[in-house]
Design a protein around this ligand. Structure first.
Ligand code: KIV
Ligand code: ZN
Length: 524
């Protein structure tokens, strides 16, 4: 919705990853986790950070207090029921905050009033008067949520919000607690509320949508179109049951379709992907490949026609730049749908120049490998290329020959690995490594053989159960001297596949260092 001057309106981003997100099964976080993620959220530019529910447990109170004392930038918020005890706990937790907000919720729908609270409409209104009034003296800002708002009688919703605003609430949050509404319906509700609820200047409406029917993001942006000036969301869309509105999706929808929404947020979108990965690592929940914005496939292309289009001009199949959301870059995954252009590009990245004759020579076998293996790894492509390249920068000097591991769980001895690598010029080299786990030990040994230091950014092993051979696909991302290199491999077992992928990525790093040296020498 545009304002009178047609200047984009500012929409606040209220992040609830550390509260609604954290309260979902499988996503609980320690105080340390909340601090680590909280810093990333602050750095990303969220306006409000809901750090927890102080009255829920002493641990939650301590976590909210730690976030309030250590994190600068956003307003720090605690959830609270409409009771004196909860509000006092929130006040204690938020005492160190530079700017504090309490988020009071109270069920307003008939189901919540009758089945859960056993309160009449009047009693609900009295509770709102009391709680919001009491909170106004304790916090910088008070937000009031009419829990289950979308299933509340419309006249009562108007009354409840008017009472909350009169008692001092500056944000009126409209939660679709059970993910029941639709984009058209929520649009009408927000329009109706903006027209009917009498509030002072500066009081805003906020949307809080759950994803039970997969419409949380659509509903949230529809509420924005109808005038919502705060959106409540969570990284990776985590939250109760099917989750909350995904922060990265809503923010990118508003940014990419500014022509439709004409609003701005304060989010630095380049921080979205790193925050998503961080959350995934902290809670040990992988992000699905096909997840919008932050999934591995969000900017990956396998189909030949798409790859051809992408190589000509990426706008043919991408509406956003991966760099704008912090994804490393678009990737062309080699598989049975890939065409010759993509093979040539990948080979080039690996250091091989393939002319048309070389491409024609390897193409039938490439398709056969792709049919059998689904994804053609860098190692497999290099084997196919063999002697067919017109020129090669010796892109892969190292090959994994043997991995031996010892990791006795429960014993005091540190995991140990012995690695044998074959080198184009140096021949066979072996070394041993130790580490926190067997893979760490193997990586340690490889680093001492090749003489570079690499840190693992991501390691993803997929087990393909329906094939007899080579049932694991490995993908690794390494950071070497501030640059990221990736490697893919395929094998029968998890550990050698991971180690193989590591060697592929190390070869890439070496080849890039080598071409850097060559470019310098050519320039001199
Ligand atoms: O979904 C919900 O209703 C909530 C409230 C506490 C706002 O999370
Ligand atoms: Zn919620």
């Amino acid at each position: 919705m545009s304002n009178e001057t047609n200047q984009p309106a500012r929409v606040s981003v209220f992040d609830t990853t550390l509260r609604d997100g954290e309260q979902a099964p499988g996503f609980s976080m320690t105080t340390r986790d909340k601090l680590v993620l909280g810093r990333a959220l602050a750095d990303m530019g969220v306006d409000v950070m809901e750090a927890g529910f102080a009255a829920a447990s002493p641990g939650d109170l301590e976590a909210v207090r730690a976030v309030a004392s250590e994190i600068e930038g956003p307003t720090i918020c605690s959830l609270s029921r409409a009771t004196e005890g909860d509000l006092d706990a929130a006040a204690k937790a938020l005492e160190p905050a530079r700017r504090s907000r309490v988020h009071i919720f109270l069920g307003t729908s008939p189901t919540h009033r009758e089945a859960k609270l056993k309160l009449s409409r009047d009693q609900v209104l009295e509770r709102i008067d009391f709680a919001v009034g009491y909170a106004s003296k304790l916090f910088d800002e008070v937000e009031f949520s009419a829990e289950d708002a979308l299933r509340t009688e419309r006249d009562f919703l108007v009354e409840a919000f008017e009472r909350a605003a009169a008692a001092g609430a500056v944000v009126l949050n409209v939660p679709d607690t059970v993910g029941f509404t639709t984009p058209d319906e929520i649009y009408d509700v927000f329009k109706m509320l903006s027209e009917k609820v009498k509030v002072a200047d500066g009081v805003i409406f906020s949307a809080h949508c759950h994803d039970d029917l997969g419409m949380a993001v659509a509903n949230t942006v529809s509420a924005v179109r109808a005038g919502a000036r705060q959106i409540e969301c969570a990284i990776n869309g985590i939250g109760e049951r099917a989750g909350n509105c995904s922060l990265e999706e809503a923010v990118m929808a508003l940014a990419t379709r500014k022509d439709v929404f004409n609003v701005e947020t304060g989010i630095d979108t380049r921080k979205l992907y790193p925050a998503s990965r961080l959350l995934s690592r902290l809670t040990r929940n992988p992000v699905p490949r096909n997840k919008a914005i932050v999934g591995k496939n969000a900017f990956a292309h396998e189909a030949g026609i798409h790859q051809h289009g992408m190589l000509a001009d990426r706008r043919t199949y991408e509406i956003m730049n991966p760099e704008d959301v912090g994804q490393p870059s678009s990737s062309l995954v080699l598989g049975k749908h890939s065409g010759k252009h993509a093979i040539q590009e990948r080979a080039k990245a690996l250091g091989y120049e393939l002319d048309q004759t070389a491409l024609d020579a390897i193409f039938p076998e490439f398709k056969a490998v792709a049919d059998q293996c689904r994804e053609v790894t860098d190692e497999q492509l290099m084997q196919l290329i063999g002697g067919n390249a017109v020129s090669s920068k010796k892109a892969s000097p190292w090959k994994l020959r043997r991995v031996e591991l010892r990791a006795a769980y429960g014993s005091r001895t540190e995991p140990f690995a012995r690695i044998e690598l074959d080198h184009d010029e140096r021949g066979r080299v072996c070394d041993v490594g130790i580490g926190g786990g067997p893979l760490d030990a193997a990586f340690d040994a490889i680093q001492s053989i090749v003489g570079i230091t690499a840190s693992v950014q991501e390691l993803d092993i997929t087990h393909v159960a329906d094939q007899d051979e080579g049932a694991c696909l490995g993908y690794i991302e390494l950071k070497v001297d501030g640059r990221t290199y990736s490697g893919r491999a395929r094998g029968r077992d998890v550990i050698p596949t991971a180690v193989d992928a590591y060697v592929v990525a190390i070869n890439q790093a070496l080849s890039s260092a080598e071409s850097g040296k060559r470019e310098k020498a050519d320039a001199a």
